[in-house]
Design a protein around this ligand. Structure first.
Ligand code: SF4
Length: 207
């Protein structure tokens, strides 16, 4: 199945693609998937080449691992919101790519200062894709609240945890723990989310 989800589609659901360097450098985007009524969400880091070629998140080895994990937890994938911290595949490695974006921005600021002009800064991809992710999580929280359940969100690695909390936290430190996190967005300000790093997936889930 070809990937028919476009950058315009991604912007419509909250991504800031025009300010994101992956709009030019990356491949994608891959749409999140799941029922609009989901009360549970699983968040990967970014799609891999397999996901890009098919246009679906968590397929291939990471999908097999995810399905196994969900089965062990007594959940069916059809009932789960499956998404990623960033919807595009970065060239090389996302961590190195983000470091290079930070360095480029730093150099641009220096150059702009010397030349007495405004710097042309690009957004970190996680920041650019985050409003979309938070909107998805808001919906999961609302769904759960409507039927008196606790919303549950499972990040599969450090980048997903950062995308949810806005903070760089060690996934290994919080692995298997429950974190209560509040989304920053206005509509969800009153809702408390429960963030449970996946015990089994860890960072391996998204390679
Ligand atoms: S990573 Fe997100 S914000 Fe960046 S281009 Fe892809 S969809 Fe847009």
């Amino acid at each position: 199945m070809p990937n028919e989800f476009t950058y315009d589609d991604a912007e419509r659901i909250g991504c800031k693609c025009s300010a994101c360097p992956l709009r030019l450098d990356g491949q994608g985007p891959v749409a999140p998937e799941g029922p609009a009524t989901a009360t549970y969400a699983i968040i990967g880091e970014a799609p891999g080449p397999k996901e890009i070629s098919v246009g679906r998140p968590f397929i291939g080895p990471s999908g097999v691992l995810l399905n196994d994990m969900l089965e062990a937890a007594g959940r069916q994938r059809e009932h789960v919101w499956v998404t990623n911290a960033v919807l595009c595949l970065a060239p090389g490695d996302l961590h190195r790519y983000r470091a290079s974006v930070r360095l480029d921005n730093k150099n641009e600021k220096k150059a702009a200062k010397k030349e007495n002009r405004e710097p042309e800064i690009v957004l970190d991809p996680v920041t650019a894709c985050r409003p979309r992710l938070l909107a998805e999580l808001e919906r999961v929280a609302r769904n759960a609240k409507l039927i008196g359940l606790r919303p549950v969100v499972t990040p599969t690695g450090g980048v997903s945890l950062e995308a949810i909390t806005g903070k760089k936290l060690s996934i290994m430190r919080w692995r298997g723990s429950e974190i209560r996190a509040t989304l920053e967005t206005k509509r969800a300000a009153e809702a408390t989310k429960n963030v449970i790093p996946a015990a089994r997936l860890g960072r391996r889930a998204n390679v």
